[in-house]
Design a binder for this molecule. Sequence first.
Ligand code: DI6
Ligand code: FE
Length: 400
Amino acid sequence: MKTLWQNCHAATMAQGVYAIIEDAAIVTQGEHIHWIGPRAELPAGDYPAVNDLKGAWVTPGLIDCHTHTVFGGNRSGEFEQRLQGVSYADIAAAGGGIASTVRATRAASEEELFASAAKRLKSLLRDGVTTVEIKSGYGLDLASERKILRVIRRLGAELPVSVRSTCLAAHALPPEYKDRADDYIEHICTVMLPALAAEGLVDAVDAFCEYLAFSPAQVERVFITAQQLGLPVKLHAEQLSSLHGSSLAARYQALSADHLEFMTEDDAIAMAESGTVAVLLPGAFYFLRETQLPPMDALRRHGVKIAVASDLNPGTSPALSVRLMLNMACTCFRMTPEEALAGVTIHAAQALGMARTHGSLEAGKVADFVAWHIDRPADLSYWLGGELEKRVVRHGVEID
Ligand code: DI6
Ligand code: FE
């Protein structure tokens, strides 16, 4: 059955720009967009169900392509310490940081992790998110990573959102492998990834390439294993220092390299050539009070696609709103509201390998969209938090 949605304007985000259709009409059929265009050109036909969107602006459903939504505990105590001058690296070196979240996550039951993650995910959904990526990486042993990945799958099954799971076992060194990083990488490659992939729990593989995490050579070992398992890769790169992880990611046709404040122009060229998306995470930049900006001009000049995500995690970006990230992308990184919106729609879809089916309003794509009661698309980057009146359609069906 066809459903008509009309009396609206559309920012379709096709090709990464607003691509506005004023006085638009959208025809959905089942889960897909059957037709979209100016209402004056609507094909004649029988539309048994007609929805009046009352002048709303329709955008693709938002896509948060980088989150660590599943974890135990929280780290507001460390936030207080950092405000008194202790650095993120100092806290990590003293056994806090990621290690403290690993302890809390290992101690939590699957049920507890699901309950706390579902609350956070519902908060993201209130901003019109219809697709989210969630990483493991706070378990760091086979049983605990499996527990997190199972929770991620369950979130996708029980909440009205499409969920992609990424295995980030190479996030930090677990205490049992202290001073034996190569051995842990070996364990990831020979035991953890093969087992978790065989259980169908992994859609992509990520790693943290940083002087306080894993070296490019160790990351490469993980990438080779992912490739052997037929899984796409992503990378946390150039967040705190320049190790050229983003160029390494490009060599492995990574879907994305994320953070990137310290990347060089050569890294940008490599990413452009491989079609690797630059995922910028303004929440982490803001929360750590970083000052080194990602090289926006180089990214633009070389045509690297830019996505924006929440990085929702307890240590560096306790961000529960994707719209707030749009604002921070504009205020902190000088992105335009149009670039920021592309960053949470079509470019975010590309960062998840989903751009053929998601991320823009085009005939044939999945009918995930939001009808916002706003005056202009830039309003999405303008308001700081709060809730905007809207209707959300996922797979052609209006939710809540
Ligand atoms: N980069 C980050 O910003 C998060 N992970 C990563 O690789 C931080 C994770 C944490 O501090 O818990
Ligand atoms: Fe992250």
